[in-house]
Design a protein around this ligand. Sequence first.
Ligand SMILES: Cc1cc2nc3c(=O)[nH]c(=O)nc-3n(C[C@H](O)[C@H](O)[C@H](O)COP(=O)(O)OP(=O)(O)OC[C@H]3O[C@@H](n4cnc5c(N)ncnc54)[C@H](O)[C@@H]3O)c2cc1C
Length: 506
Amino acid sequence: MTQHAVARLDQLDPNRPLRAQAGNEEIILIRQGDLVHAYQANCPHSGAPLEEGVICNGLLVCPWHKAAFAVDEGAVCEPPALVGLRRYRTWIKAGEIWVDDQPQVHSEPPRHSDARTFVVVGAGAAGSAAVATLLDHGFGGHLIWLDQERQPAYDRTALSKFVIAGEMPPDEVPALLEPDQLRKGHLDRRLGKVRALDAKRRQITLADGQHLHYDAALLATGGKPLRPNIPGIDLAGVMTLRSREDAACLLDAAEPGQPVVIVGDGFIGLEAAAALRSYGAQVHVVSRHEVPLVKQVGERIGRCIRALHERKGVVFHGPTEVLRVVGSERVEAVELANGERLATSLVLLGTGVKPATAFVQGVALAKDQSLPVNAELQAAEGLWAAGDIATFPLAGQPVRIEHWRLAQQHGVIAATNMLGEQRRYNDVPFFWTYQHGHTYEVLGHVRAWERIVFVGAPEQGDFVALQCVGDQVVAVVAAGYSDAMARLSQRMKRALRLDEALVLIG
Ligand SMILES: Cc1cc2nc3c(=O)[nH]c(=O)nc-3n(C[C@H](O)[C@H](O)[C@H](O)COP(=O)(O)OP(=O)(O)OC[C@H]3O[C@@H](n4cnc5c(N)ncnc54)[C@H](O)[C@@H]3O)c2cc1C
């Protein structure tokens, strides 16, 4: 190990990390009073440059997806990162900051022997976050982690952005957990589809007939793509996109220059439209609305997003809907209610998901098939639910939200509660989408607002749109403005007035 003088103390702004180099290690320096901390320079989630992060309330917030780390020790406090930052020893000598070029050894919590069996069903966003949390907290019992996919625990959000654009091979989609994390504790990973879960008997039955008993279980089985009830919908070539395998099949079937019909103009449909267009396909989007995403982002931003797609060559058909899919064995065309007929050998359904809960017994499901949970994400004695399948109370209202980071936050909370804590979701839902090289971010979860106040113009580039009820900001949509959005991701945990938000945006 070698020590390096990397910067002068008076170079450090307490509100902004500074990137530096200690030997071969890329690090950031953060000043806290007379102390200086040094951490790895890139976010462990997807490599964002943390010197562009924001420091607020003792947290360093990642500029890209709002992971948050404790400034004083680098511990991860909010997903999507699931590990803390590597930390380097620092000291100050004659106004210079010195740093070791090897990270400090992280001490593990004691792992006491424990006779309990915990089962986590699902290795997506929520399940992976839960397993990481249970192992990090030193759970010493038998931890069974089930998933029906062969190589689960990968970043699903990359599928519609990069994989089907031909920019990331399906096998190279980033894994959610590091091999080191998986070696802790008594983790028993199993490939298996859950056929039944009897909440009263605390018993799980797998598709191959195996039975498992649990002391505590977490259900995190996510959503199952919906196939609308339309003639011809089951023809070969009519696909959905949820898993790595789905993405590989779609990429296999898509051909540059050939048409693809995407049904639905939600986030998945639009991301897929952008990605497949960049792959070279002729992309047609069939939608019920003239303007996409109005309910989420409002009419003005929705129009800009549609115009962006049209500039890139995506053709919208609507407002209309699919009457039937025609073909003998494989899809040959899609017929629309407005009389149009789109010839194609490939259709992608972006028509929503339903919670994957058909196997649950002994707990009443909600109308939409989700699992109602209390504020601590508990569905029944010994049973928790997280992510896309959970209807949970947010500001007193039952909601079900399909966001990656929120599913991970649920996973963390449910896991700590399985260990005996009583944590509740007390955060701001965050969602991002990437289309034609533009990232749009949404903070908050509302479907009703009285007005939207813009900083910047979405027609011209970066903007922040503050969705307001009275003088309160209830949600924010933005492109760019990553500093402001990182600050807002923390500040919106409390009520925020429009004038306060405008000051924060600067
Ligand atoms: C292509 C795509 C792109 C997305 N992009 C974004 C984005 O950019 N930003 C964002 O915020 N959100 C995005 N989302 C939404 C986000 O991925 C979901 O909200 C999130 O994955 C939900 O996490 P989850 O853990 O509830 O479910 P999932 O991540 O879906 O994980 C569920 C897991 O359970 C397994 N499973 C299901 N049933 C069973 C069973 N019976 N037995 C065993 N295993 C089972 C599944 O195989 C899966 O591995 C995207 C979704 C998709 C499909």
